[in-house]
Design a protein around this ligand. Structure first.
Ligand SMILES: [Zn+2]
Length: 386
């Protein structure tokens, strides 16, 4: 068990949280598809080149050619028809069959819920010529309706492709992170109300256990402890916003005041680290204060509001015994799928942290920072459902 935990901890360092990902090959395989003068926008699954063959999500491509796509439940096959031609993609057999008598095995597969099939064979079957434009790169299908030559096509779509590529890379990265989170047992450690005189000690302990955490910080503290803020970020932890006043009577006076506290906190963060964040945690949690108007304001501003599902209760008194904090955490972690643990920057929490991390390690959890792109956990369950 210990060995597995260690292996997982090592893998987490490889995959997270530095922006260098293990799955670079997916990014290098990106290719654009143009049908005559139409650049196909693929929403969620992208064309890819495998062993010199370009595979495309079939639906988008067929639509661009003006072909009809029908799914047959009984045979688990896709029928693509255009004019007189027909292609059948047999999913269980991974086989492509054309009405011209071509049968190709091992060339149909499902990726991210999209059916992928070879570009060239399908284009040719419907009377298109196929060319490859290395700049881009672009695979182009063209017939008699084509107006531009290949060089023009590239220059025509150059800017669009740059933008599309950024979107594709982001989608692929987020998907990889999501897959990682589904594959492993993940827990999130969060520290509120810092940074403080305790932050450096928390960082040391986190490092000892190869754990990363998320720190929800207050504006004036960010400014006062700027060197520590930088260190928190440099060591691969996430930073979120916790506002300015931390005063219920002030921050919840109106939605615009709440948002402006978060924005001011974000400005302070940017001054120190050069970066802004979308992560916020509202003081005392989002229930009951964050009524609909407040939630709407937060959503409009693009903030991801995080609550917790494990309350260590480390701030219920001036000093809560570390043993009690540990017990609170253990007892609630056992009931959670993905524990999000609320801690505060306090003396007793520093003392409890090694035991908490030991326990989580023993239970096989990997501790990673919260990502600004992932769906937040909020006490208002449907807040991020749309
Ligand atoms: Zn707080």
């Amino acid at each position: 068990m210990k060995k597995i935990a260690l292996f997982l901890m090592i893998s987490i360092i490889v995959f997270f949280p530095n922006e260098s990902y293990g799955h670079q090959e997916d990014l290098n395989k990106l290719i654009f598809i143009v049908v005559n003068e139409q650049l196909i926008a693929f929403e969620d699954a992208y064309p890819e080149v495998k062993d010199g063959t370009t595979y495309i999500p079939i639906r988008f491509f067929a639509e661009a050619m003006g072909a009809d796509v029908k799914w047959d439940n009984e045979s688990n096959s896709v029928y693509i028809t255009k004019d007189e031609g027909e292609i059948i993609l047999d999913i269980p057999l991974k086989t492509l069959i054309t009405d011209g008598g071509i049968i190709m095995t091992d060339c149909v597969y499902v990726k991210h819920n999209r059916i992928m099939a070879p570009f060239k064979v399908i284009a040719k079957c419907f009377g298109y010529d196929v060319s490859y434009i290395p700049a881009g790169p672009i695979a182009r299908a063209k017939n008699n309706n084509a107006r531009m030559v290949d060089e023009e096509v590239y220059f025509h779509f150059q800017d669009t492709m740059t933008k599309e590529k950024e979107k594709m890379i982001l989608t692929i990265r987020n998907r990889e992170k999501e897959e990682f989170r589904l594959r492993y047992k993940i827990a999130y450690i969060t520290f509120d109300d810092g940074p403080s005189i305790y932050t450096e000690r928390l960082l040391k302990i986190l490092e000892q256990y190869h754990a990363k955490a998320t720190f929800f910080m207050l504006a004036d503290r960010i400014t006062n402890y700027s060197e520590i803020v930088k260190k928190v970020a440099e060591e691969g932890n996430a930073i979120g916003l916790h506002g300015v006043t931390h005063d219920v009577k002030k921050i919840y006076r109106s939605p615009s005041i709440l948002v402006s506290e978060m924005n001011a906190c974000n400005d302070a963060l940017q001054m120190v680290t050069g970066m802004k964040t979308t992560l916020i945690r509202v003081p005392y949690g989002s229930k009951p204060h964050m009524t609909e108007k407040f939630r709407e304001a937060v959503l409009r501003e693009g903030y991801k509001m995080w609550d917790w599902n494990v309350d260590s209760k480390d701030s219920e008194a001036d000093y809560v015994s570390p043993a009690v904090i540990l017990e609170n955490v253990k007892e609630q972690v056992a009931r959670r799928n993905v524990p999000i643990i609320l801690l505060h920057e306090r003396q007793s929490t520093v003392e409890a942290l090694p035991k908490i991390l030991e326990h989580l390690n023993q239970e096989g959890y990997i501790l990673i920072p919260i990502d600004g792109e992932q769906k937040p956990y909020s006490f208002w369950k449907d807040m991020y459902e749309r």
